[in-house]
Write a protein that binds this ligand. Sequence first.
Ligand SMILES: Cc1ncc(COP(=O)(O)O)c(C=O)c1O
Length: 457
Amino acid sequence: MTISNARSAWEKDRDHLIHPYADFSTFKEEGSQVIASAKGMYVTDTDGRQLLDGIAGLWCVNIGHGREDMAEAISRQVLDMQYYNPFGHSTNVPAAELGAWLAEHAPGNLNHVFYSCGGSTANEAAVRIVHYYNSLRGKHTKKKIISRKDAYHGATYLAANLTGIHATKTSFDRIGEDIVRYVSAASLFDKPEDQTEAQFCDYLVREFEAAIDNIGAGNIGAFIAEPVMGAGGVLVAPKGYHKRMKAVCAAHDILYIADEVVTGFGRLGEWFASERVFDYTPDIIVCAKGITSGYIPLGATLISDEIHDVIAKPQAEGGVFSMGLTYWGHPVACAAALKNVEILETEGMLENARHRGDDLLNKAQRLLECPRVADVRGQGLMMAVDLMADPDTRTPFDPGQKAGQKVFSKCIERGLIVRPVGDRLVLSPPLIVTSEQCDTIVSTLEEALQELDREMA
Ligand SMILES: Cc1ncc(COP(=O)(O)O)c(C=O)c1O
């Protein structure tokens, strides 16, 4: 104990932890930034350096950090009833209350909820439900899932295979990949110059229809898509895309899974972005992250009445819903979610996200004047800045130049956290961000980008 305490958290982390997406070439030397406290829009590291959190933890701290009312709601639930078996016909009050809240606020007739521990497990549950649903309908081959290149759906084996980001696959086995097929990302940034937005949308829809023809609708259970592709680089689809893709799905008896892990709970200014922002009603919605603002892990898979009617087949007639997680409907997580939605609602945070989202994107347009910036785009409080060696000829940086990583470090030096995804800088601040903080984010990025350009000139 004494020996162990002699080492700092920084050393213990460096010596024992395997971080998601760690760069092992520099990890042992650089170690990790240790965040010790967090309040509102800011986090503070163990050296006492305060940083403006431009990424809401990891797209999740929607209400901001360190709220006492969240701490109270969580501790009250721990003292009332911290955990009990949720299998079979046993439940708890917060799980039931949250289920009713979700059914009331979700689009269409998505009135039924399966809980899990985060986004990956909620996506796994969605796929298993699709498979189970089609098995019970006697459609035993209708099991493949169409996903998209550059999609991110999680890190468990199946969720990793639903993920279409090529760089996440290196040296990992592709277990489960036989059930996944990919179509193009819906990314306006990648629209060919000679096409209008409407023509590009036509192209994507036709490509999807061709994939269905090729695979056979009788072999496809679902299409999965994020309303705005997040980790793939804040890729915004052409207008009308989701609605048209949903219509194609409906025509072929293919379920539409909207992965709203990032876009749900206010990030695009609505509880769920699919219906209110993009005008389509999915058959399944997957949520996590903002559902508790990251105070406690929770995932939820919401399904329609039609799917529920099939999977609710009595055991006596051969329906056995043998799928469960120990922490299904965890009472403390559900109590946190209930408090979280109360805070989001009573403090007008969805509205703030709408206003500040537009504000941030408008202010950030001036970054296009920085010589290495190829694009600035976003929707709601999701934004990306793309860097290129030469934006005019669309020449990317050499990966060894680590341009994104360099801008990240320069922003940290100036007190701002942004997220480098390759040479894309992603921003997703908490929904409480102010207009002044939007100014700070943009001016800090501008300084960092100008310094990068001077260094690379
Ligand atoms: C759209 C989307 N789906 C799923 C996930 C996976 O969620 P988790 O990391 O909670 O398993 C993420 C995580 O970033 C995500 O962005």
